[in-house]
Design a protein around this ligand. Structure first.
Ligand code: SER
Length: 588
């Protein structure tokens, strides 16, 4: 079975059971959603994360039954990448009940999907339920439901919090006991049976019964509503369905793995997998607006790219490779995530830029590293970071390969004192990240105004082919074959500034895809297989029909155009045949 088929089957199965398909949220959590600071995470790590406000009781515009395929990124296990089951980026298939159905339906449908729809051998399925402790009782109900479905008692395991409890994300929030499903990859079923420890049992699905709200003091309060949150890892499931050892042997990874092997002058499975995994994550991160930097998300992206460059060099890949590999990722996923195609130019630019910066430094940095005698002092690690661009994790990895230690504490204090010296004015502001993302949201709003203004000035053949925002500027690629005249540029800029002066309100609305197209919403929406889409519109009133700009989008945006300040186009140039590119700034 292919990834395309699995996604479709899953969405359809739950759609037939009255679930609404919602689009995947961005890997970068929506900064405008009200969450406790402890629930804020750098990346979306599970399908439930964007749904936290609704799990806590807010009503979801699409109803109480939801299903989707969510892009996720987890970097806690980055050192495990290269084995059969760990990936940094992955897709999670999930269905939710927001205070609607409960254990009976959730477990029944999981079983029905696995056994009837995917036709897995029911005898090779094992399950586990929560054993109970001081905080919550043994999950008798789930245990009984599994038995009723015909699962043998010796296929049902009871585990504690470590294995059968999910959440919260961060120290507080919605959580609860879960029941997990495993598939025995050993057809004979012989040998020791322990799903929680033996890798022969692949965890394929997790049904979480969210009925608690963990408080910051560590206590558990019942949630206002009982929710079901399920998560199935697409890659693992595909491997099981195709009877292959890992996701790397499925259609998701095969073209990428093959290309890496073709380019490589040396053979090493682990490095090949690391390159494939990290490139895939990087492509998705860039398409969600992350750019390489030395802080927060940008640092994680930089680390992923640099680590893939380093493993490519272990594989003796000499030529630049990131562009070719990123295009394979876009091709593999572009159909389901059209945003990847839309942002292909930005993706290639960012990757090539990072490749250029780091490749030379890597070779000389490694030569420098080889000369260091004994363990790596904090100062030496900082030197590698500062002068050769080595993320500290790379130094640690290199050191470990040679049985050396790194003085990370000293490295951190070196880094801190350096940062204190060189910190920019903006980073100095308290909550630098929030400031940065508010600026990005404003630039994003400016991008929508620019898009509409270009259509007004040049005609309706203009549509977005790429967009890229940093905290400094926006960059917008669009279809138009001639160089813009100075007059056209002035008109466009003037139009955007007049809409800023009108202080239009920025509204968001979720509505069926067709209705959105009928009101003339422009732009690409994130996914093909969704019933409902969200659009942002800006106008003098709240009425969608009267809005100046209406565009498919996941946000975030400024609240009013009046906060954008002055809009200025700084450059107009070609970005390929039939495509123009505009750079612009705002002062707000
Ligand atoms: N949140 C749960 C998980 O990540 C189920 O979606 O496994």
């Amino acid at each position: 079975m292919t990834s395309v088929e699995l996604r479709q089957k899953y969405l359809k199965f739950f759609q037939d059971r009255k679930h609404k398909i919602i689009p995947s949220a961005s890997l970068v959590p929506d900064q405008t959603v009200e969450l406790a600071p402890t629930q804020r995470v750098l990346f979306t790590t599970a399908g439930m994360h964007p749904l936290i406000p609704y799990l806590l009781g807010q009503s979801h515009p699409e109803g109480k039954r939801l299903v989707n395929v969510q892009k996720c990124l987890r970097t806690d296990d980055i050192d495990e990448v290269g084995d059969a089951t760990h990936n940094t980026f992955f897709e999670m298939l999930g269905n939710w009940s927001l205070g609607d159905y409960w254990k009976e339906e959730a477990i029944f449908w999981s079983w029905e999907f696995l056994v009837k729809e995917l036709k897995l051998d029911s005898k090779r399925i094992y399950v586990s339920v929560f054993a109970g402790d001081d905080d919550a009782p043994f999950d008798q109900e789930s245990f009984d439901i599994w038995k009723k479905l015909g699962v043998r008692k010796d296929h049902i395991f009871k585990y504690g919090k470590k294995d059968n409890w999910w959440g919260p994300v961060g120290p507080s929030g919605p959580c609860g006991p879960d029941t997990e499903m495993f598939y025995d990859t050993e057809p004979s079923g012989k040998g020791p049976i322990d799903p929680s420890t033996n890798p022969r049992f692949v965890e394929i699905w997790n049904d979480v019964f969210m009925e608690y709200d963990k408080q910051t003091d560590g206590s558990y309060k019942p949630l206002i509503q009982k929710n079901v949150d399920t998560g199935m890892g697409l890659e693992r499931m595909l491997a099981v369905l195709n009877d292959v050892p890992s996701g790397y042997e499925t259609d998701i990874f095969l073209p990428l793995m093959k290309k890496i092997e073709d380019l490589a002058g040396a053979f090493n499975v682990k490095s090949t997998r690391i390159v494939a995994d990290h490139i895939r994550s990087s492509v998705f991160l860039i398409s969600d607006g992350v750019t390489p930097s030395n802080v927060e998300r940008g640092y994680i992206l930089r680390r992923l790219i640099r680590r893939s460059i380093r493993h490519a060099s272990l594989l003796k890949i000499d030529a630049d490779f990131l562009e070719d590999l990123s295009k394979i990722v876009v091709k593999t996923y572009g159909d389901f995530y059209p945003k990847l195609e839309e942002f292909q130019n930005s993706i290639v630019d960012e990757l090539k830029g990072e490749e250029k910066k780091f490749k030379k430094a890597l070779a000389s940095g490694i030569r420098h590293f080889e000369k260091i005698q004994g363990d790596i002092s904090g100062k030496a690690a900082f030197d590698l970071y500062q002068n050769y661009g080595f993320p500290i994790e790379l130094t640690v990895e290199l050191a470990a390969e040679q049985g050396k230690k790194v003085d990370i504490k000293k490295f951190e204090s070196e880094l801190k004192s350096h940062q204190n010296l060189s910190r920019s004015a903006q980073e100095k502001t308290k909550g630098g990240l929030a400031v940065q993302s508010a600026k990005a949201a404003k630039l994003h709003t400016a991008t929508h105004l620019l898009h509409q203004a270009l259509r007004d000035v040049l005609g309706n053949h203009v549509h977005q082919t790429g967009s890229h925002i940093t905290d400094e500027r926006l960059r917008f690629d669009f279809s138009h074959s001639e160089k813009m005249t100075q007059d056209q540029l002035n008109k466009t800029q003037g139009l955007v500034n007049s809409k800023i002066a009108d202080n239009l309100k920025v509204n968001k609305k979720t509505l069926p895809k067709q209705a959105a197209q009928q009101v003339g919403a422009i732009g690409l929406f994130d996914e093909k297989y969704t019933d409902l889409v969200s659009i942002y519109y800006m106008g003098k009133s709240d009425k969608l029909e009267e809005a100046y700009s209406k565009e498919f989008c996941g946000g975030p945006h400024a609240e009013n155009t009046g906060t954008l300040g002055e809009f200025k186009i700084t450059k107009e140039e070609s970005a390929g045949s039939g495509i123009r590119r505009i750079y612009a700034k705002i002062t707000g």
